[in-house]
Design a protein around this ligand. Structure first.
Ligand code: IPE
Ligand code: IPE
Ligand code: MG
Length: 236
């Protein structure tokens, strides 16, 4: 029997909402709205396939460069999504949390985030981190500042600092490193997502735009992952 390798942690760069909308003559925010339906599908897919952790890149530290109207639309959708979906996510055993500097997120969306986090905090079927105002470099910078502060107070010795200490200081400290990264929307880049954590991640790029990702398309990514031989620098 063929061994089916399941990633414990899948990360997703949900790209292509804007193009999906433009191709249909809609405003970009319609694409973002359609994209939230795919988020539900992605969570269901993970549960159906016994994936334990899911990280979703929703808004990067660079996405503030977009028009105020688009940023507002994304923040409103986040709020709407969390208020409308939290009861169902809770019933499905999903634990929702957030990574990134959420202090810059509008207060009304922050309240929705707190509601989702509080409501689902005891669940453990699928643990989901939503990356919001997240940047890989900001993550490392924030961790470095914290480590430097502790060193300055004599709480840690720089000479004995380990890679595990750094991992434990990142936003993602309670998640293992991702095994599979899925980037939709045709671009072949990381766009400042989880730079430290992706060190040995298998990366699946697809031309499919995020709103067009369905269970079959996610299954193709999983099948591709199944065929990877992970060597971590060794020889097999
Ligand atoms: C969604 O896709 C990702 C977010 C930043 C919210 P985009 O809005 O980047 O869509 P494209 O890349 O312009 O098609
Ligand atoms: C990456 O997509 C960020 C998110 C999906 C949230 P972008 O659309 O911002 O990436 P670039 O600008 O094409 O690299
Ligand atoms: Mg994009």
């Amino acid at each position: 029997m063929e061994e089916k390798k399941i990633p414990a942690h899948i990360a997703m760069v949900m790209d292509g909402n804007g193009r999906w909308a433009s191709q249909r003559g809609f405003s970009r925010s319609i694409g973002h709205r359609k994209g939230t339906e795919t988020v539900r599908g992605a969570m269901e897919f993970c549960i159906d396939n016994s994936v334990d952790y899911l990280t979703l890149f929703a808004f990067s530290t660079e996405n503030w460069k977009r028009s105020a109207a688009e940023v507002d639309a994304i923040m409103s959708l986040l709020r709407e999504f969390l208020y409308s979906q939290t009861p169902e996510m809770n019933e499905n055993g999903i634990k929702i949390d957030f990574i990134g500097d959420t202090s810059r997120i509008p207060a009304s969306s922050q309240r929705a985030m707190e509601y989702a986090r509080e409501t689902t905090k005891n669940n453990d079927k699928l643990k989901v981190n939503i990356a919001c105002n997240y940047g890989g470099r900001a993550d490392i910078l924030y961790a470095t500042k914290e480590i430097a502060r502790r060193a300055a107070r004599g709480l840690i010795d720089p000479e004995t600092l380990t890679e595990e200490d750094i991992s434990a200081s990142l936003y993602t400290s309670d998640f293992p490193d991702p095994d599979l990264l899925i980037r939709t929307g045709a671009e072949k880049r990381i766009s400042n997502f989880m730079l430290w954590q992706l060190a040995y991640c298998e990366i699946y790029f697809t031309d499919t735009l995020w709103p067009d990702m369905d269970k079959e398309k996610f299954a193709e990514a999983l099948k591709w992952f199944s065929g990877r031989q992970r060597r971590y620098g060794g020889v097999k």
